[in-house]
Design a binder for this molecule. Sequence first.
Ligand SMILES: CC(C)(COP(=O)(O)OP(=O)(O)OC[C@H]1O[C@@H](n2cnc3c(N)ncnc32)[C@H](O)[C@@H]1OP(=O)(O)O)[C@@H](O)C(=O)NCCC(=O)NCCS
Length: 172
Amino acid sequence: MTASESPAVSATEPDWSRESREGKGWSSGRSLLAAIRDYQAARGPLAWLLRASAVIRHRFWSVVTGADIPLNARIGGGLLIPHPNGIVIHPDSPIGPNCLIFQQVTIGAAAGGIPTIGGHVDIGAGARVLGPVVIGDHARIGANAVVLSDVPAGRTAVGIPARIVGEDRGNT
Ligand SMILES: CC(C)(COP(=O)(O)OP(=O)(O)OC[C@H]1O[C@@H](n2cnc3c(N)ncnc32)[C@H](O)[C@@H]1OP(=O)(O)O)[C@@H](O)C(=O)NCCC(=O)NCCS
């Protein structure tokens, strides 16, 4: 299958099946995310109880994974974190739907600002995305990159400091 024939992943419509734990067995990343989703979805007279339960689960899975993804993180649906170890995400950084974040990624503050991550952005292991940068939809960040400036939609950034390589991958 060529890239142009690959099924498109939406940058705007969350695919919640990507976070589903059904039939997936042990998945610490999905369990951590589920605690965050349940905390943020809690409504009604028993919301305090649902939130309290979510907080306990969030603390447990945060210890297990060593990830720091806050309960109030602004993450679009359909996030994949297959190896959640060491992921750190700033609570105010908006992250679009259907992103993929590998282990040891930091999305954090620097230079007086925080990153904005588009939809369907893949971020390779160990990458750091720092400061008031905007990562466009369908972009890719290479493993161990340090991203200090904007990455246009559909483009790939690698290296330290990150530079754009390759062609526009469109919406694949
Ligand atoms: C960035 C990435 C998506 C690019 O993949 P690609 O489109 O197939 O790109 P290519 O392999 O053709 O590389 C294009 C150029 O970028 C360079 N490059 C690719 N990945 C790089 C990286 N992580 N750091 C530095 N340079 C990198 C290549 O050396 C090549 O440079 P050149 O044009 O000067 O020869 C991929 O290399 C990557 O880093 N993926 C992350 C995977 C990951 O984290 N897996 C964890 C699994 S547990």
